[in-house]
Design a protein around this ligand. Structure first.
Ligand SMILES: Cc1cc2nc3c(=O)[nH]c(=O)nc-3n(C[C@H](O)[C@H](O)[C@H](O)COP(=O)(O)O)c2cc1C
Length: 244
């Protein structure tokens, strides 16, 4: 087995009990990283819907049964209500208590390392571009609307866009989870992104849509498109979503 594989495996078989002896940033009473990424003050903000009168609910059993990776999408645009629903079920903050963040998905020790960015490619009444999901406000903030953004995103996800209505980018601010869990952070980050993507996959089924998880992407290129630093804050997982 190569040294590289050995080292990488170590990240997901982190020895929890070793944490007891680590002087984590939290134990040192260092300042806790901010819970959320804030948009630029002049960023264009889009308010999303919080009720979903046109979405016909299905049972969880139905959603799990029908879920398959979907890689071919209808041409009809997604509605704002549908997009709102996907974000609502996947990445929304439900409440904050004692500076801990509780979301629709579980996050390790409520440290919430995750942020969600989306590329809108075919949604009614929203211009195409990359947006940051303001998880605590259920709004979108425009991040990048370069003229050739569709081509750039397609290249960054290694030509897997396939005319999807929207692409989700699950990113992580590593210091948020490392503050409490130090070297176990990478494992927790990956698990958290998996939770988010699974909620997304099932929420998509409710809409008669589908998702395709994407781990094969160009790391530097996506981080650059999302305008994140790629060091403390980086992309972990992506998913294309579209109507069947
Ligand atoms: C961690 C992970 C990464 C994946 N990355 C990709 C990817 O980059 N491109 C892709 O087309 N599918 C990707 N998939 C989807 C799998 O190929 C798919 O889940 C698998 O073939 C089983 O099919 P099903 O999802 O329909 O059950 C990924 C799935 C997982 C769980």
């Amino acid at each position: 087995m190569s040294e590289r594989i050995k080292v990488n495996r170590q990240a997901i078989r982190a020895k929890w009990k070793d944490l007891y002896n680590v002087k984590t940033a939290r134990k040192q009473n260092k300042t806790k990283p901010k819970n959320f990424i804030e948009p630029k003050p002049n960023a264009k903000i889009i308010t999303l819907e919080k009720t979903f009168p046109n979405i016909k609910q299905k049972t969880l059993t139905e959603c799990i049964k029908s879920r398959r990776s979907l890689r071919s999408y209808a041409k009809t645009p997604m509605t704002i209500e549908e997009l709102s629903y996907l974000l609502w079920e996947t990445s929304r903050v439900e409440y904050i208590e004692d500076n801990r963040v509780y979301k629709t998905i579980p996050t390790a020790g409520a440290t919430n390392s995750g942020e969600t960015y989306i590329y809108i490619n075919n949604v009614e009444d929203i211009e195409n571009g990359i947006y940051l999901y303001l998880q605590n406000e259920h709004k979108l903030a425009l991040i990048n609307q370069a003229s050739d953004i569709e081509r750039e995103v397609n290249q960054a996800i290694l030509r897997q866009l396939r005319k999807a209505h929207v692409v989700f980018f699950f990113t992580s601010v590593a210091s948020r989870v490392e503050y409490k869990y130090d070297f176990v952070g990478p494992k927790l980050i990956a698990l958290e992104a998996g939770h988010a993507c699974q909620n997304l996959s099932l929420a998509a089924e409710v809409l008669d849509a589908g998702a395709c998880a994407i781990a094969a992407y160009d790391q530097e290129k996506i981080d650059e498109l999302l305008k994140i630093d790629g060091e403390d804050h980086f992309t972990v997982y992506c998913a294309t979503v579209g109507k069947k």
